[in-house]
Design a protein around this ligand. Structure first.
Ligand code: 3PG
Length: 218
């Protein structure tokens, strides 16, 4: 029988398996059906949906209800947002900053969280709250892959999910790093792509990214 802790860690293990974490901002919850199909079709049934629109919680709920896509909530800045997102069906939380309020809520409720960290001090704060995997954000503005390479020796037990300013072109340099758990970004599907119904293009982009990251998928 699985323990509660094993269940709560499972989402991060799934993200690590795929090595990619698409960040989606959805303005209209009716779009999540074809969007989910595009990600599933492309081979990546894992998404972070940001709490940046009024449609976010309903979109999370619709994705979670499908049962074939792992959905987490992004841009979580308060404990109340964390509670609402998990209530809607989010299985993991992503924060832009190392928010102690959210870290404590997630720890107390057994929900995996990857907090946004830039400096080693923020990484250690996250670790003190039980996080072994953190989001490195905004990656391209804070030294990119070179910074993560420098973190590998002094912070050997920390996994990173770099996001922010990463593109299809720079994806391989992050994937090559041993301390990168997964690479995140909005470049799989912009809000405009979703609004305009470009689901075929999104699926193709997902497929290409999956091919780049696939050696780790077993
Ligand atoms: C995030 O939420 O992590 C960023 O908005 C993703 O950044 P990108 O859109 O530059 O990929």
């Amino acid at each position: 029988m699985k323990t509660i802790q094993e269940d709560s860690l499972a989402p991060l293990a799934q993200i690590a398996r795929h090595r990619l974490l698409p960040i989606l901002t959805v303005e209209d919850a009716s779009r999540v059906g074809p969007l989910a199909e595009a990600f599933i079709g492309g081979g990546l049934p894992v998404v972070e949906l940001t709490l940046r629109t009024p449609a976010a919680l309903e979109s999370i709920g619709r994705l979670a209800a499908r049962g074939d896509v792992l959905v987490g909530a992004g841009t979580v800045r308060t404990a109340e947002q964390a509670r609402a997102a998990v209530g809607a069906g989010a299985r993991f939380l992503v924060t832009p900053a190392c928010s102690v309020e959210v870290l404590e809520w997630a720890r107390d409720h057994g929900v995996p969280v990857t907090p946004g960290c830039v400096t080693p001090s923020e990484v250690e704060l996250a670790r003190a709250h039980g996080c072994g995997t953190v989001k490195f954000f905004p990656a391209s503005s804070f030294g990119g892959a070179a910074t993560l390479r420098a973190y590998a020796a002094p912070l050997p037990d920390v996994g990173f999910i770099p996001t922010g300013g990463i593109s299809f072109k720079t994806l391989p340099e992050y994937l090559a790093l041993g301390n990168v758990v997964a690479v995140g970004g909005g470049w799989f599907a912009s809000p405009e792509d979703i609004r305009n119904g470009c689901f075929g293009e999104i699926e193709q982009r997902v497929r290409e990214a999956v091919a780049l990251a696939s050696p780790a998928v077993v």
